[in-house]
Write a protein that binds this ligand. Sequence first.
Ligand SMILES: [Zn+2]
Length: 442
Amino acid sequence: MEREELAPHVSEIARVLKGKIEESEIWKELDTYLNHYRVSLETAKRGIVKKFGGDPGALTKGVRKPIQQLALNEQSVDILAKVVTVNPKDIEVEGKSKSILYGILGDESGTIPYTAWDADRFPLQKGEVVLIRNAYTKEWGGQPQVNLGSRASVEPQPADSVKLPEGAPRAFPDIGEVKISQLRENMGGVTVTARVLGIEKREVEVSGEKRIVFSGAMADETGKVQFSAWYDFDLKRNDLVTVRGAYVKSWRGIPQLNFGERSQVMRPGIKFPSSSELAEAKARSIGDMEKVGGGVDVLVRGTVVEVRKGSGLIFRCPECNRVVQKNACRIHGNVQALPDLRIKAVVDDGFATMTAVMNRRMTESIMGTTLDDSLRLAKEAMNPDVILERIDERLFAQPIEVTGNVTSDEYGLMMIVSDAKISTPEVRGEATTLLTRLEGSS
Ligand SMILES: [Zn+2]
């Protein structure tokens, strides 16, 4: 290997050994390892560092990645980047005040947030180009963030060695504008135009760290979605926004839109339905929701094809709310169980099915009876199953309109019903057609 090629490796060994030996000594050592022992450069470097009491782990593994390719959990990575922004911050570590820097790094492929955990060791300047060695990444709101820790080093580079592309670099390959009803789990780089229906600021803990998140719901003409903004974009209720570079993650069985520092939020001056128009639940097909894995505040029109066992008058453990048989909870033993009503109905819209779960209030409203009525009836018949029979009589094969959040898991789709009604006669015609088609007689 040429002397010129080896020079950066000699400086690196010197850096890791922090002046324990002279560079001329390192040259001699390297020559011995490479030409006498005939080992690889990698092994030679590790051998020399070890021999002089350094930490071979502090050597770069030589993996340099463009920002776009950084994964969520890089252990040791080199990054050649331009320092786009630098912000100082004082933090408290074990009772002592410490200055750190945070901001954005950029290269031809994209941008990424960083934290340099020591402002003195990493005097980053806005606009300079640096080669960062031995950085690591951590997940931050679902996206990687670069960290410069105790093993990292920063070497200044010529200013023209990184040229940021014109305009804002993209964090993810942009898959373009997507309607809310099309958002499905693990989509990245989506652009969504929607109106903010509600928003609240919360403090949450993500992998042991406290973070501020702005979460709420937004809607377009196809539906609603819950969102989490991991950065303060100054979003307000009723704002119309275009979010670029967002990604979708499933949260409690429903696709949720996430965006953070690497995303862009714009306020387009276009005509768009008002919040009150968007507040209404949108009708969607069960098949569509199967494709994307659930949805928020969805209206489904279908037919009840089964009232499942476990519907009707049930008893719950007062401790854990589990349904109990004969006053015995499988966790809490004998308990004074509390009566409750519920319906688990399989709803079919002619293309797919989901389970609609109705709580006591919904059950009372759709059956036109109260829990007390049901308890009395069950007592008279000396059999709680009479309530299930009544529900079956009332709902089976009936066209129904249910509204609620639809979640998905390995058992399929389930709606927690917030509103239900037996369809009006006009809609019933349509539902009958669907049922007929279901039975294959048309
Ligand atoms: Zn219990």
